[in-house]
Write a protein that binds this ligand. Sequence first.
Ligand SMILES: [Ca+2]
Ligand SMILES: [Ca+2]
Ligand SMILES: [Ca+2]
Ligand SMILES: [Ca+2]
Length: 285
Amino acid sequence: MRILLSLIILLLSQEVLYSQRTPSEIAIFNLETKELIRLTSNEFADEEPEWSPDGSLIIFDSNRAGSNDLYQMKPDGTDVIRLTYDNAKEDHGAWSGDGSKLLFQYDAGSNTDVWLMDKDGKNRMRLTENPARDGWADWSPDGLKVVFSSDRTGNREIYLMNSDGSNVIQLTFSNTDNTDPTFSPDGSRIAFNSERDGNSEIYIMKTDGTRQMRLTQNTYYDERPDWSPDGLNILFSRRADGEYSLWIINLESLEEYRVTPQNIRVGRAHWSPNGKMIVTQYYPD
Ligand SMILES: [Ca+2]
Ligand SMILES: [Ca+2]
Ligand SMILES: [Ca+2]
Ligand SMILES: [Ca+2]
């Protein structure tokens, strides 16, 4: 009887977990062959993958062990290692330029903050301490600065701080949501998305917040920019008619094209260091 009861409770708690996040997988899309290779296969939400700077590892987050945690694996999907172990929600991992550290978002239930840790999960350190939602963080290539998004003024704006959490500077002032900031490979600019012009578009700016420039202009929801390793293009997600696909825009010509076929449902994505592949969140069903 007790075993049966435990089983029912387990099934109910699993049901709650499933309903929190849509089941998804991590996959690699080859830009040359257009082949999609699936790296995970389970009923849990595997999300937000990012390739390590040397190409040897992929970090992602998953709720496969109950609470959301960060994991690493090899780019062939083997050697999966769990990096965080507590009941809080850890997600949105980002590699430092030298591959030694990870930024992540930590949510213990009340709000989220930006934390960092060594790539093996050791030496956790809190960078923001604010009742607002702070997260979506990315490093400058030299590791000295961290850019992040926070709703501490009421809507999400982009902020820059030193990588020890000191000297926080607000970069955007638009009264609409601005998020997903990411540094260019040469460290001179930051790409982000903003809803200031009606719906979400991709923007770039200098790292002091000046020279803000819109790249996309359409009625679709454009978000999650990621610079190509050569700095010439930006990969982003576009939601049209409820479906996400990946697009690339050229920074010189502003010409844009669809990367993934319309029948492949994808989410947040990042370039491989050699620029030939993309690792992405993928929805098989
Ligand atoms: Ca999964
Ligand atoms: Ca956790
Ligand atoms: Ca916070
Ligand atoms: Ca748009």
